[in-house]
Design a binder for this molecule. Structure first.
Ligand code: ADP
Length: 268
């Protein structure tokens, strides 16, 4: 079993990702796809006159402040436009794909964090009314039920809180939780960069291999949302996933290349 996460940043080639997935499917490989939608969410938010608000937590992580209206726009893109388009592409390629958000059948459950402590202009502030959280439980029964019937799951945030509210969760960490729950051999995280770069501005500065025990030291070069990918990798490996690869989703055969070790391979 492989868990594949494809991001939502600008430049990602979903046709190439889906073509590669259909190849895996034809060969009988078992996988779950998790996807993002950040760039498209930002575009729609601007169009609707509700520009995205990114905040930096006191611990230095960047996230989208998600009030109820933002959550609704977020769902329009993640569960609507992006999820349907990916399922559509896979169906056209003969893959028995089915799209689900973490809310459907309580696929991804977690605790809602209704307020967030942020640093803004050097000052600490608390923002209320946030619908975010972290996945803590994966409904593996539902995954096995659908996979057993031959369906390929295409999963997107939001997740659902234990109280039943939709919550925005980080896709990379959600994918890590799914990989843990399914005891996956590999977690592949595809984005619009070749992997972890020593210098974000230089695509040739790829870090090809990281030993899990040294992962923390790479937090310094992982800026912005790349930090979440490093965190997700650490969580998946600590939970027993054999290998995590951070790789490029813009190129031909992005998944096959990642499986072959092109990208940042994180394993013992
Ligand atoms: P996705 O939506 O595809 O998951 P993100 O936007 O969340 O992608 O994360 C990928 C982005 O992380 C890259 O576009 C890049 O700008 C940024 N980034 C920050 N630091 C690094 C780094 N050291 N190496 C690679 N990318 C980095």
């Amino acid at each position: 079993m492989i868990v594949i996460k494809v991001g939502g940043s600008r430049g990602i080639n979903y046709d190439r990702v889906c073509a590669d997935l259909s190849g895996l499917y034809q060969r009988g490989e078992k996988f779950v796809l998790v996807h993002g939608g950040s760039y498209e969410t930002n575009l729609l938010s601007e169009k609707l006159g509700k520009p995205p608000r990114f905040v930096t937590s006191a611990s230095g992580y960047e996230s989208r402040f998600t009030d109820r209206e933002t959550l609704e726009i977020f769902s329009m893109i993640y569960c609507g436009k992006m999820n349907t388009a990916i399922v559509e592409k896979l169906q056209a390629l003969g893959v028995k794909a089915i799209g689900l958000s973490g809310v459907d059948g309580r696929l991804l459950e977690g605790v809602r964090k209704a307020s967030v402590k942020i640093i803004e202009n050097g000052k600490r502030r608390i923002l209320h009314g946030d619908y975010t959280g972290k996945v803590e439980r994966v409904n593996t029964e539902l995954i096995h039920l659908l996979a057993g019937a031959g369906y390929v799951l295409v999963v997107s945030p939001p997740a659902i809180s234990f109280e039943g509210e939709a919550i925005n969760v980080d896709g990379d960490r959600a994918a890590a939780k799914i990989a843990e729950a399914l005891k996956a051999d590999k977690l592949i995280i595809l984005s619009n960069v070749p992997g972890l770069l020593r210098d974000v501005a230089d695509e040739s500065s790829l870090v090809p291999h990281i030993i899990p025990s040294q992962l923390d030291s790479y937090m310094e070069i992982a800026l912005g949302r790349m930090k979440k990918k490093i965190m997700a990798a650490g969580e998946a490996l600590a939970a027993g996933v054999g290998e995590v690869v951070l790789a490029d989703a813009r190129i031909e055969q992005p998944i096959l290349r990642a499986v072959a070790g092109q990208g940042t391979v994180i394993k013992a």
